[in-house]
Design a protein around this ligand. Structure first.
Ligand code: GLC
Length: 750
């Protein structure tokens, strides 16, 4: 027996040594000194197909601690995490909640792959900034980037790694509630803003103050028919390449880590399963190296579209098209292992998707410090800081568009005796915010009433004017009229609630409610100067009210510092500089109306005379307020437009100079805009295309020469295959303070 034990132990030694070495071996993927690619390759070898499918599975999270810890649904999600079947959660926020969930993934699953935590930080996390559409009206690119970097810093301090922003969808339809999330109707400007937002959110992704961005919604979501949410989209490849794709591409070129499929179809195929969009354009032509995430359940919703027969078919069509992570529909985790086992999807296709996700988990340092973003002290110190509020106020100041200011009713002197402030919204914190309030709180907000009280104190006399539901009555109107009658100026906060801005908030009537017009008509009879403060997440039809008021101040939805910013502008402490990035339609029937339209075969002559022209018989063709329009308390005069050549070759630069003078009494900032027109080409070109802009400071009476340089790329356009062309022929260059009132010069490309 002794000999047997001796013999067995002799043979057991190598196994014990191997086991001992195995257990002490630092698995390569856990070795922080190894390259990210080596760590990914090592990890992929160790993963089962179920674990790989898990990385492609993103679930809606919620809370997991406290009372939620005993919730059956939450416990089931945690069990899936233990089994390696979840790669990411959305809507898990805060250091405590994210740490709790991360610990389960890292310490209780077989391979300890950390989770990615994502959230819709669309315009601020705790300190809420102006909605993106308003922010874009500042044309202040450094400020726009800074706003995103502050949002990222607050989100990263709350355990988040990833936001589903920027939304890069071009839209010219204010019936669509999501115009609030973009940068307006212009392609070039949308691209510039998209890149700035990505840079602000991501930085270099080498610290714990930046997070992954998402280019969304890929693609053409902004072209929903009739502005109706989730509606059909049908645009040509000519429009796809020239109008819609450039902002997505600019965001990707700026380094965006992820791209989100849109809900809509393109050419009859849902974007989530659209090989042309995802594989051909995004992955193969643009060489996108990040990963693709679906929109909420957009994989399984291909069944509703009538494109997928069932969940398994949806999973197959999604990953075959190049899509990757499945937000909340679960078709990927439920079907991918079987699809691989059946040979319908190759393990290479799966690995290509999984390794992209793992790359960013390594890049963020989550394998080495999985809890580094979940720091309660840092969270408390970062959120809603004084500095962040100050930046939000600065951003809001620069987002407010002065659309009308007859008789210089504004600015309001600090020595004014009485200001009648009217309107339910002026005191309502709840109506200040849109759908994407993230973890902001209405309680933190400065209302318009608060802001004006801060600025003018007891000179402010408030009356409600109308109800929360925008209805009114004689009692409310009479009280408002009485207050107005004894005031020096009347401020009326009108518009629609911020709650009516964002997803699933399409409006067939994007206009000022009839009751508010009734209120304005009554106030007009007092003969006092009336200033309309318009709160909305979209351009509303202001045609009726503009005849009733002296001034119109488009306040959009401005976030936490709303009231202070409105007071800054009304008092002249900030001279309004913003210019609208979406046209304000003259009437609903005019929608979509946009500046970069085509000439048609029968353009309406400027004198609007004669018949058989492209026109309406009941309204003008022009919008009420055009793209790029916004007033100041001072005046800017443009003169002396010059170009260095009247004929250029494709390799030349065209140097454009213009003189801008501040001829008024206020210092201010002017947004000088440069547009071109390719008069004749193999594909028709718009009557104007924005190609550059400069926001310049001008003191009262100061004169500056502004210089632009145009290259061949600025003069080129895409064909339907996405090939860029510069064609010889006649061109025009325009420079001005908006898209309508411009100086122009002709030149040719030889
Ligand atoms: C929504 C939106 C998308 C958002 C996502 C997660 O349906 O379309 O923009 O990021 O779901 O909330």
């Amino acid at each position: 027996m002794k000999k047997l034990i001796l013999a067995l132990s002799f043979f057991a030694i190598p196994f014990l040594l191997f086991a001992q070495q195995k257990s002490t071996e630092v698995k390569l993927y856990k070795n922080k000194n190894a390259s990210i690619q080596d760590r990914i390759n090592d990890l992929l070898k160790r993963m089962t197909i179920e674990e790989k499918a898990g990385q492609l599975n993103q679930l809606n999270g919620g809370n997991f601690t406290g009372p939620a810890a005993n919730d059956a649904g939450q416990k089931a999600k945690m069990q899936m995490v233990r089994e390696g079947k979840v790669g990411s959660f959305l809507n898990v926020t805060g250091a405590i909640e994210t740490k709790a969930a991360q610990k389960v993934a890292v310490e209780e699953s077989r391979l300890g792959i950390p989770l990615l935590f994502a959230f819709d930080v669309i315009h601020g996390y705790k300190t809420i900034f102006p909605i993106p559409l308003a922010e874009a009206c500042s044309w202040d690119i450094p400020q726009i980037e800074k706003n995103s970097s502050i949002a990222a810093k607050e989100a990263a301090a709350a355990g988040l790694h990833w936001t589903f922003a920027p939304m890069c969808d071009i839209s010219n339809d204010p019936r669509w509630g999501r115009v609030m999330e973009g940068a307006g109707e212009d392609t070039y400007y949308g691209a510039v803003v998209a890149a700035a937002r990505v840079k602000g959110l991501q930085g270099n992704l080498n610290d714990d103050a930046h997070i992954l961005s998402t280019v969304k919604h890929f693609a053409v979501y902004g072209a929903v028919e009739a502005g109706r949410e989730y509606n059909n989209v049908d645009v040509s490849r000519f429009s796809l390449w020239n109008k819609y794709l450039p902002p997505y591409k600019a965001a990707i070129d700026a380094g965006a880590a992820t791209v989100m499929n849109s809900f809509n179809v393109f050419e009859g195929v849902p974007a989530s399963g659209n090989k042309y969009l995802v594989k051909d354009v995004l992955l193969n032509k643009w060489k996108f190296k990040g990963f693709v995430v679906s929109d909420w359940s957009s994989f399984s919703e291909m069944i509703n579209h009538g494109y997928a027969a069932n969940g398994k078919d949806a999973a197959y069509k999604a990953i075959s098209a190049g899509s990757m992570m499945d937000m909340e529909s679960k078709v990927m985790i439920e079907n991918l292992p079987q699809l691989v086992k059946e040979g319908k999807i190759s393990i290479q296709e799966v690995d290509n998707a999984v390794q992209r996700i793992l790359y960013y988990k390594f890049k963020l340092g989550l394998f080495d410090e999985p809890y580094k973003f979940s720091d309660e002290q840092r969270e408390a110190a970062t959120e809603l800081s004084k500095e962040n509020r100050a930046e939000a106020r600065k951003a809001a100041d620069a987002s407010i568009v002065l659309l009308k200011n007859d008789h210089h009713a504004l600015p309001i002197s600090s020595s004014i005796k009485k200001i009648a402030l009217i309107g339910y919204y002026a005191k309502s914190k709840e109506d200040l915010f849109d759908f994407w309030i993230a973890n902001g709180s209405a309680n933190d907000a400065i209302t318009i009433y608060d802001g004006l009280k801060n600025k003018y104190g007891n000179a402010i006399e408030y009356s409600q004017g109308y109800n929360a539901d925008a209805t009114t009555n004689d009692e409310l109107i009479n009280a408002a009229v009485q207050s107005a009658s004894s005031s020096d100026i009347v401020l009326v906060n009108i518009g629609i609630s911020g709650k009516m801005a964002g997803e699933d908030r399409a409006l067939a009537y994007p206009e000022i409610p009839e009751s508010q017009i009734q209120l304005l008509k009554a106030l007009q009879k007092t003969g006092k100067p009336i200033v309309a403060l318009v709160s909305s997440g979209r351009p509303l039809i202001l045609t009726k009210i503009q005849l009733l008021v002296s001034s119109i101040v488009q306040c959009w939805i401005l976030g936490t510092e709303t009231g202070n910013a409105v007071a800054d502008v009304l008092s002249g402490d900030y001279n309004p500089s913003a210019k609208t990035v979406m046209s304000f339609p003259y009437a609903i029937g005019q929608i979509p109306v946009y500046y970069n339209h085509f000439n048609t075969n029968r353009p309406l002559p400027t004198d609007n005379d004669g018949n058989w022209y492209s026109r309406y018989r009941d309204i003008p063709n022009a919008p009420l307020f055009p793209f790029g329009f916004g007033l100041s308390y001072t005046n800017y005069e443009y003169s002396n437009l010059q170009i260095n050549k009247t004929a250029i070759r494709s390799s030349d630069e065209l140097i454009v100079k213009v003189t801008v003078a501040n001829s008024g009494k206020f210092d201010g900032e002017e947004i000088v805009q440069l547009y071109i027109r390719d008069v004749t080409a193999s594909l028709i070109r718009p009557v104007k295309e924005l190609k550059s802009f400069q926001k310049i400071k001008l003191k009262a009476a100061e004169v500056k020469e502004v210089i632009f340089k145009l290259t061949s790329k600025d003069l080129s356009f895409y064909d339907s295959n996405g090939i860029l062309h510069l064609e010889p022929g006649a061109f025009k260059v325009f420079v001005g303070g908006n898209s309508e009132h411009v100086l122009e010069k002709d030149f040719i490309v030889q």
